[in-house]
Design a protein around this ligand. Structure first.
Ligand SMILES: Cc1cc2nc3c(=O)[nH]c(=O)nc-3n(C[C@H](O)[C@H](O)[C@H](O)COP(=O)(O)O)c2cc1C
Length: 233
């Protein structure tokens, strides 16, 4: 009798245990889909799908619709300051222009950097001078720079023997400037911009090229600001 009683208690206990297990597994089921957190990947996908800096949508609720991006630059001009500089002058000026214009900035970097000897213009046989002597020279660029999304490009370079360095030819010939306003600027020992800006424009056949300007390194922020303002009018 005692044995049967024990067995009964044990079987009741087992039944209660199984019921409790069944209840607890049922209780977990509704929370199971939530544990996958399907909302989160959608959210992070929206961030990774955000368009480029120049095409920031004004309505952050629709960032995944990339068809919106082509409309954005019409109400927010995207300005890039693009420059080549061998010894740092044009770079300094470009950085000031970018800061004052609140613009993006990018440097055209030669695949083969110019050494001091390459730039020795006292010897017309050295690299930079030899390139300027050869109108077909197209020095390679280390890394391409995309103009996508930009509507205004300030294009800076040093004057080399009265013209833009041939690496500018490499760049402008390999890019489509359609829909872009290009504002050339340059630094030099003393020469003016001369025909260097027109020569670059002639190589592209696209874009709207404004009259370029040569700046002394001593130009003030106020003068630069006024030029930037006039250029962007
Ligand atoms: C090969 C070479 C040719 C140059 N030709 C001229 C020139 O024709 N007229 C001039 O005023 N300066 C000339 N310069 C001086 C540069 O234009 C000037 O130093 C410029 O600010 C350099 O800019 P960067 O430091 O951005 O390279 C020449 C410099 C080099 C290296």
């Amino acid at each position: 009798m005692q044995c049967c009683g024990m067995k009964r208690i044990a079987s009741i206990f087992a039944a209660v245990l199984m019921l409790a297990l069944a209840i607890s597994s049922c209780a977990k089921q509704p929370s199971s889909p939530n544990s996958e957190n399907t909302a989160e990947p959608t959210q992070s996908a929206a961030f990774t799908a955000a368009p480029t800096e120049c095409a920031q949508p004004t309505d952050s609720a629709q960032p995944t619709d990339t068809t919106e991006t082509s409309e954005v630059p019409t109400d927010k001009s995207c300005v890039l300051v693009l420059y080549f500089s061998a010894t740092g002058n044009t770079k300094l000026l470009a950085e000031r222009i970018a800061r004052l214009a609140d613009a993006d900035i990018a440097g055209i970097v030669p695949a083969q950097p110019y050494t001091a000897e390459d730039l020795n213009y006292h010897d017309r046989s050295t690299r930079a001078s030899a390139e300027q002597n050869d109108s077909s020279a197209r020095p390679a660029i280390a890394e391409d720079i995309s103009l996508d999304g930009y509507s205004v490009v300030f294009l800076g370079y040093p004057v080399w023997w009265g013209q833009a360095p041939r690496i500018l030819n490499t760049f402008v010939e390999s890019h489509d400037f359609s829909g872009i306003t290009i504002i050339p600027f340059c630094t030099s020992g003393s020469s003016d911009i001369g025909s260097s800006d027109d020569a670059l424009a002639a190589l592209t056949g696209s874009g709207s090229w404004l009259q370029g300007r040569r700046f002394a390194m001593s130009i003030s922020d106020d003068e630069l600001l006024s030029w930037i303002g006039d250029s962007l009018e």
